[in-house]
Structures are given as structure tokens and as C-alpha cells.
Ligand binder design. Structure first.
Ligand code: GCU
Length: 657
């Protein structure tokens, strides 16, 4: 059939078919690209369970160079320089020009954010270089990793001038193998007191004045240098706007981990989904002796099981066991021993099941009401970011005092002491990645970043019985690109951990003036719906609560994952005066009265346990860069509303008995 002119019916039909073809093609490729990105984020070579391994701490004083212009990284053409500060260069004679000197520079504490350590760094956002020198005596047939609990936000790590790698994301751990790069003590030093050997010794002395040989070796053989940059990025996770302080630095512990040549790098040991007696999981060895026979023992439960790893050092397993189930009332932790050749590793693991049934959350098969509170990683009574076991014990101790059995760790994975302390104290945990407010949903690197933070969070804490919920987002705007982005995160979380519940903190909308409704379309992809609401604070006055009757379009459990209002600790006035403890107290009373009537509510986690630092809160003499919605002030003093929640949860506790 001859086609004569552009207007002819054949031509129109042909171009129409072509357009359809291209459109489908584009969509398919778009989807393909998203899938590829999801596939590309391989689980990290993260070494888990550092607490039970042989380590040497590098915590303490680190020399630093504050480098707002990244002069230590870029040359004047803004190209990465080969002679950056990572070289730790020293003038070796009177003519040589070196314009920095770590060892004559000031020092900061690690772990620790830099903002609260020096006034001049309070608002500082940019690059700071950290340097730590150490000697290290490696035992034969071992490997060494340098491990960071977290560094906010973008870290580039060097050992002895060599780049080890980079990490993006301020709240999850990362490590690099340094076996081939770590320098052994120089012969003359052999046996000298300063050479550290592995085994939880901590003899990395604080800041000596050092002399250098021409290998850049000072008195210590090795120098570890980290460029940490906490600049906020639009394509970042989180993005440029957060209601928490953008603490920078090596905010969590730094350790040298020494392991055998073939070691137990990662494992997952929990109850199988839907079972109260079948333990299911996997173990990943790392090293040459990959296929071997390994055992899993739980002595207190008379369990001793043997399995064979495959050529990749991987084995999946299932076995039945008579176990006391972990719960807030009975936080039973078992010593679990994994033995391989030649590595063995123990961990304290609780076994519990968590599921949903309609609008109920079931713990060990029984409905449970989550008596919760939100917590930021704010060190108690301090302007600093929390990082230690003691911080965790104080914060979770306060939550227990409030009769909580649940905490929402907002809005990012907290340090590992939090879930481990929650395991011991019997506190259920919601853990979240900082996909917060309006990030760039269609940016592939943003998705990759979110996927890797999610993967690292789950990798680190998947053996913690206390952790029952993975949250993939907080207060994100409804939209197709957002839904697709978050769906990819849910799929990843489910593929990494089929045992826990997936959630997100969403926002409500209204059917008519007085009916808040939970109908966010993303709700269909999660197991539990989180809903943040500020009725009586951002939305009207506390009495407004009396007008409302809540609705939901889902037959799923709902956690009111945020509600509350601000109060300056110690400021007292009538209940209508904002910022007074009486206003906050009255608001909580009204909120509780409203929420008690919500039939599909499976828990609450008010905003928030303690006041916390936020650059969005400048109101003088009230906020002064503190978000004052804490039930406990920045001085550690409980506000009146604390006792309102304590009584409400006490009543719940009584009803459960
Ligand atoms: C939001 C948000 C929090 C914030 C809080 C507040 O809902 O999720 O991060 O701090 O409200 O405004 O205090």
C-alpha cells in the first residue's frame, strides 16, 4: 500500500502506533532503571555485632583541620588534589612548603558531633578533616577492619595516605578492610609499649608531640584520616530542611576490628515469620574457608545445630526450639553461639514474633497496645548528639518511667546502644531512615542513597528482638513519584527482612470539618500506618480535639506516631498560655480523650521525650534553638504533661493485666 502524503489515514495510523510504542518503551525503561537501581544497592560488606568481637578503640582525641573551602581536597582548579591533607605531609627541611599540620592543630573528641564541642562550630556546616595516629601489632592469620558507627554526612577515609573509600549518610555504620594497608611496628619498636595489639585494649595514647620519618611516620606507624562533610544537599537523605540540628563529625565510635582470615561477617537469627518455635535465618562467612561445617548453639535452650555453608560461605537454616519468648514484660535474651573454623561469635538474641491482624498488632500472637514516645538522638541534658550506652540507658530509662513499652527512634537509625539497651530493658522499637519531608523523588542517586541507608539499618539491627517496625519515611507529600520511591524501599525492606512490620509516618486528611481520615494512598503498601497530627498546637487550640472523630480507609493498625505541643520547662501560667507547662498538660489531656475513642489505634508515640536542638526554632528566651515539645526539658526536668502520659499508660498497663 503506497503512502502518498503526510495527511493520509495510513500515515496517521503509523505515527500513532509509533508514539504508543515509544511511550511503552519509555515507561518500561523507567521502571527498569528503578529496578536496576534497587538491584544495584548490594548489601554492604558490613561487619555486624562489633560489641562481641575483638576490637581496639580509636575513640578519644583526634586532631582536626576545619576546611570550609575543602582546600585539603581540591586544588585551585577545583579538581581533586593528589596532595591533599590525606597525605598528612610534613615539612622535612627548612625550605619545604607545607601549609597544614595536623599534629599542631586543635583536637576534637570522637565520638562526638563538632557543633557542641566548640562555640565557633555551633552552626558550622562544611568539611572538617580528622586525623588519628596509631601503632598496630596484627596477629598472624588475621584481617583488620576499621569500623565507624556513623559519620555525618559524607565521609572519605584514608589510611597512611591511601583512600579506603567513601560513605554517604550520617546515621549508619560502615567499615573498610585495612589488612594489607595497616603498618606493622617498625623493627626497633617491636615489643615497645606503644604498639597496640588487638583484644579490647585501649592504649591509643592521647595527643603526643610527634616526630616524622620520611614515610610520614611519626611516633606512630599509622595515620587514619577522615574528611567529614555535613553540607546539606537537595538530593540528600535527609534533604536540606530538617527540624533537627545538622550535627557534623565522627558522631559515633571508631574501632579497629580484628578477625580470623575466614570469619562470620553477617547472620540473621530470628523466629520464622508466623511461628513461635521455628528459628529461621542465615549465616554469611567471609574468607577463603567459605564452604565448611558450622554450628549454632543456644545452650540455655539445649540447641546445637550443624549446617554446611556453600561455596560462597552462605547457609540458610531452620530448626525448632523450645524458647522463652521475648516481650517487654519478659525481655529474655539468649546467648547464641555461632562456631566456624576458625572464627566463633556470640550474640544476645531475643526471640519473639510480631504480626498484624486487622487493626491489631500481635506480639507473640497476642494483641498489644504500643505505649510509646518519640526520641531524638539528643544527649540527655546536653546540646550534643547522643552516642553512648549511658545516653541510651538514661533515655530509655525515662521512657520506662513513663510506663512506655515502645519508642519511636526519630527520624534516623540511632546508635546501636539504643536497640541493644531496648533489648535488655524490654522496650519495643520503631527504627526509621531519614526520608523526611520533601526529598527529590525522581533522582536516582537519592533513591540509591535511601536504599543503602535502609539496607545498612536493617543489616545492623535485624537480630534485635526489640526492633519490630522499619519505617521508610516521615511526613512525605502524597504523589506518584513519592509513592513509587517509597514502594521500592518497602520491597527492599521486605526482601532483607520478612519477619518485621513496615511502616511510615504519614499525615491525615479530612472528610468534612471534624473527621480526620487516614487515607494516604501509600498506606496500602505498609503493614502499620503511622499518623502524625498536631491538633491543638499547629491546628487550633486543645479544645479542638473534642470535635473530632477519626476515620481510616484501611483495615490496618494505626500508631499516632506524633502529637504534642511545646512548653518551656519551668514556665507556668494558665492552660491557654502557649509555651506554659499548663498549656502542654491540657493539650495532652485533650489529645488522650480524643484518641481513646479511636477504635483502630494500636499505639501512640507523642512528640517527644526530651527537648531537642533545631535550627528552625529561634524564638528568643523560649526556644533558643531548642524544639520545646519535650515532656522532659533540656535540663532533664519532667514537665507536667509527662505525668499525664505516665498516668494514661499506667491505666493501659492495668487493663492489659
Ligand atoms: C513534625 C516532624 C518533626 C518535627 C515536629 C515539630 O511533625 O515530623 O520532625 O520536629 O513536627 O514540628 O515539632
Amino acid at each position: 500500500m503506497k503512502v502518498d502524503s503526510a495527511g493520509s489515514p495510513q500515515f496517521v495510523k503509523l505515527s500513532f502506533v509509533l508514539i504508543i510504542f515509544f511511550a511503552i518503551n519509555l515507561m518500561w525503561h523507567g521502571l527498569q532503571a528503578r529496578e536496576d537501581t534497587a538491584k544495584m544497592v548490594v548489601p554492604p560488606n558490613l561487619v555486624i555485632n562489633v560489641d562481641h568481637r575483638s576490637t581496639v578503640s580509636l575513640n578519644g582525641k583526634w586532631h582536626v583541620i576545619i576546611d570550609p573551602y575543602e582546600n585539603g581536597y581540591y586544588d585551585y582548579r577545583y579538581l581533586p588534589s593528589k596532595n591533599g591533607y590525606f597525605k598528612n605531609a610534613k615539612a622535612r627541611n627548612k625550605t619545604e612548603l607545607i601549609e597544614y599540620d595536623f599534629d599542631k592543630s586543635e583536637a576534637l573528641n570522637v565520638p562526638g558531633d563538632w557543633n557542641s564541642q566548640q562555640d565557633k562550630l555551633f552552626f558550622y556546616e562544611g568539611t572538617i578533616w580528622y586525623k588519628k595516629s596509631f601503632d598496630y601489632q596484627r596477629k598472624p592469620n588475621t584481617r583488620v577492619f576499621v569500623y565507624f558507627g556513623a559519620a555525618n554526612y559524607h565521609a572519605i577515609v584514608y589510611l597512611n595516605g591511601q583512600k579506603l573509600g567513601e560513605h554517604v549518610g550520617g546515621f549508619t555504620p560502615f567499615n573498610f578492610e585495612i589488612t594489607k594497608l595497616v603498618r606493622e611496628p617498625r623493627p626497633s619498636q617491636e615489643g615497645s609499649p606503644s604498639a597496640v595489639s588487638s583484644g579490647r585494649t585501649n592504649r591509643v595514647s592521647s595527643i603526643p608531640t610527634v616526630h616524622f620519618d620520611n614515610e610520614g611516620r611519626g611516633e606512630k606507624d599509622n595515620f587514619l584520616i577522615v574528611k567529614v562533610d555535613n553540607k546539606r544537599l537537595r538530593e540528600g537523605i535527609p534533604t536540606v530542611n530538617t527540624d533537627w540540628w545538622n550535627y557534623g563529625g565522627l558522631t559515633r565510635r571508631v574501632e579497629l576490628i580484628e578477625v580470623p582470615e575466614t570469619f562470620i561477617r553477617d547472620y540473621f537469627i530470628q523466629l520464622k515469620k508466623g511461628s513461635l518455635k521455628t528459628v529461621a535465618g542465615w549465616i554469611q562467612l567471609d574468607g577463603k574457608q567459605s564452604s565448611q561445617t558450622i554450628t549454632v548453639e543456644i545452650p540455655e535452650a539445649n540447641v546445637k545445630q550443624t549446617f554446611n555453608t556453600n561455596a560462597d560461605g552462605y547457609v540458610e537454616f531452620e530448626f525448632d526450639a523450645e524458647l522463652q519468648l521475648w516481650s517487654p514484660e519478659n525481655p529474655m535474651l539468649y546467648d547464641v553461639l555461632i562456631k566456624s573454623q576458625p572464627d566463633s561469635l556470640s550474640d544476645s538474641i531475643g526471640f519473639r514474633s510480631v504480626e498484624t491482624e486487622g487493626t491489631k498488632i500481635l506480639l507473640n500472637g497476642k494483641p498489644i497496645f504500643l505505649r510509646g514516645i518519640c526520641i531524638h538522638e539528643q544527649a540527655p541534658k546536653s546540646k550534643a548528639r547522643a552516642y553512648s550506652k549511658e545516653h541510651a540507658e538514661t533515655l530509655l530509662g525515662w521512657a520506662k518511667e513513663m510506663n512506655c513499652n515502645f519508642v519511636r527512634l526519630a527520624h534516623y537509625p540511632h546508635n546501636e546502644y539504643m536497640p541493644r539497651t531496648a533489648d535488655r530493658l524490654g522496650v519495643l522499637v520503631w527504627s526509621e531512615i531519614p526520608v523526611y519531608w520533601t526529598i527529590l523523588w525522581e533522582n536516582e542517586s537519592t533513591l540509591k542513597n535511601a536504599l543503602s541507608q535502609l539496607t545498612e539499618m536493617i543489616t545492623r539491627d535485624k537480630n534485635r528482638a526489640s526492633v519490630i517496625l522499619w519505617s521508610v519515611a516521615n511526613e512525605t507529600p502524597v504523589g506518584d513519584a513519592r509513592n513509587e520511591f517509597l514502594k521500592t524501599l518497602v520491597e527492599r525492606a521486605k526482601s532483607l527482612d520478612p519477619t518485621r512490620l513496615i511502616t511510615a509516618a504519614m499525615e491525615k486528611s479530612y472528610e468534612g470539618r471534624n473527621k480526620p481520615v487516614i487515607n494516604d494512598p501509600f498506606g496500602q503498601y505498609v503493614d502499620v500506618l503511622g499518623c502524625n497530627e498536631y491538633i491543638g498546637w499547629y491546628e487550633g487550640l486543645p479544645d479542638r480535639c473534642d470535635l473530632y472523630t477519626w476515620g481510616t480507609i484501611y483495615d490496618k493498625p494505626v500508631i499516632i506516631s506524633e502529637f504534642g505541643g511545646g512548653a518551656l520547662g519551668g514556665f507556668h501560667a494558665d492552660k491557654d498560655t502557649r509555651w506554659s507547662e499548663e498549656y502542654q498538660e491540657y493539650l495532652y489531656e485533650k489529645q488522650i480523650k480524643m484518641l481513646e475513642k479511636v477504635p483502630f489505634m494500636a499505639g501512640t508515640s507523642p512528640w517527644i521525650l526530651t527537648d531537642f536542638m533545631s535550627p528552625r526554632r529561634p524564638l528568643p528566651r523560649i526556644q533558643d534553638y531548642w524544639n520545646r515539645k519535650g515532656l522532659i526539658s533540656d535540663k532533664g526536668k519532667k514537665k507536667k504533661a509527662f505525668y499525664v502520659m505516665q498516668r494514661f499508660y499506667e491505666k493501659h498497663k492495668q487493663n492489659e493485666q
